[in-house]
Design a protein around this ligand. Sequence first.
Ligand code: NAP
Length: 222
Amino acid sequence: MIRVAVAGAAGRMGATVCGAVAGAEGMELAGRADPALGVELVDLLRGVDVVVDFTVPDTALGNVQACLEAGVHAVVGTTGFDLDAARRAAAKSASANCFVAPNFAIGAVLLMMVAQTIAPHMPECEVIELHHDRKLDAPSGTAKRTQELIDAAGGNVHQPIHSVRLPGIVAHQEVIFGGEGQTLSLRHDSIDRSSFMPGVLLAVRRVAELPDRFTVGLEKLL
Ligand code: NAP
């Protein structure tokens, strides 16, 4: 049984994760931390195997550090925080691993993989990401990761990202490649937060056995 605590448990993603963990075979929802619940993450870490963090950019790094110092594995979905600082914290960790995914939806991960295949042949492209108007960071973590992967595959041309923030939207991303006399578009739509749950549960199951202390990207688990 994997004992899982959720940080940001009263938030949009965190609440969905709590439901998914509670219903998953071989997992136990061991705690819920959130200012709205009056529960701090540090008070939950004893006896917990994995923490799933879907909080806010200002909080995620401190939560990762607290988990690693307590020997608790961290699965992080929060975007817009300092990944290099998290990597440095993980390098000092004696036994716990940190796994970060800018996007836990399999379709979004596949879009990034396909974009990498296209980039060497059609290196000119632009990324358009669309999210709900309460998202704190822009551009999205997914868009930055997509740009990074396309840059690496397509000869390091830094491609622009456009961010749209509107009510009524969950999480969407389009990559438009342009070539002579043709365009090629890739689009992924998360129309419900349940789209992220299989990826989150996969990461919870696998984080303890990862070969490195710090791993970024759901594609590493596929
Ligand atoms: P949200 O609804 O604002 O939820 C964040 C929650 O975390 C809020 O309840 C917040 O409380 C709480 N929180 C703040 N500090 C905390 C702390 N120290 N300990 C515990 N909880 C704390 O945001 P969301 O829409 O769920 O998104 C959360 C994050 O996930 C964002 O960074 C978003 O970009 C990211 N995201 C990632 C994926 C992915 O696949 N990786 C998918 C969707 C979203 P207060 O409101 O009181 O601050």
